[in-house]
Design a binder for this molecule. Sequence first.
Ligand SMILES: [Zn+2]
Length: 222
Amino acid sequence: MARTTGPVYITNLLHLFPADPESVIPDKALKLREFLGLIVRTATAVMAETDIAAGIRCRSRMHRKKCTGFLLIQRQDVPGPFIHWACDRCGSGGRIEGFAGSPYDLSRFRNGLGSGDGGERIQVEITPDEYNSLIAGKFIPYDPDSERIIFSARYYEETVQLEAAADDLDTLGDCVAADANHEKNRKRAKHVQSIFQKITVALDMDSRRSNGDCRIRSGWTH
Ligand SMILES: [Zn+2]
């Protein structure tokens, strides 16, 4: 986990959820909540103490330009629970508390994902732009398992890698297709459509590989 060298923001997520759900939350606070929500979902999609190189872009500005870094994230349960996050380039970052049980906490859905036949998993490489478009959506049609695949993605050598068992990836593909069809923003729709195509190609290659395999698959339970 990289050390934070810039300003450190300590945020209690509870303060960004007003007690009265009818009350209006200022735009700036809402934007911050959505950004921290991405970090919380990433941190809670996996086990605590895992170092995560996330595909989420830094939102800081350096010398009046947008920082091009990506976030490093780690959840700490003891003492805590806390989530630490830091940019891999500019060093800005912070600590989030009060996230447990919030709508962004994916830890309540743990173990919902299959491991695939014998633990085989399929990787899909997408671009950082595609990934950041995907997570900028409102997630209307996504189920918890698909959200967990999205937020378990890792940034690696200029790409963001989604990884899941074939069945789970298939479900994610359906959600992504529905998302692309409903998206009014053309740029985001294009990115999401491209992700759908990449998932389809990866699943297609996997099924061809499986069909060329002599192992008897019937009788395997899922
Ligand atoms: Zn940065």
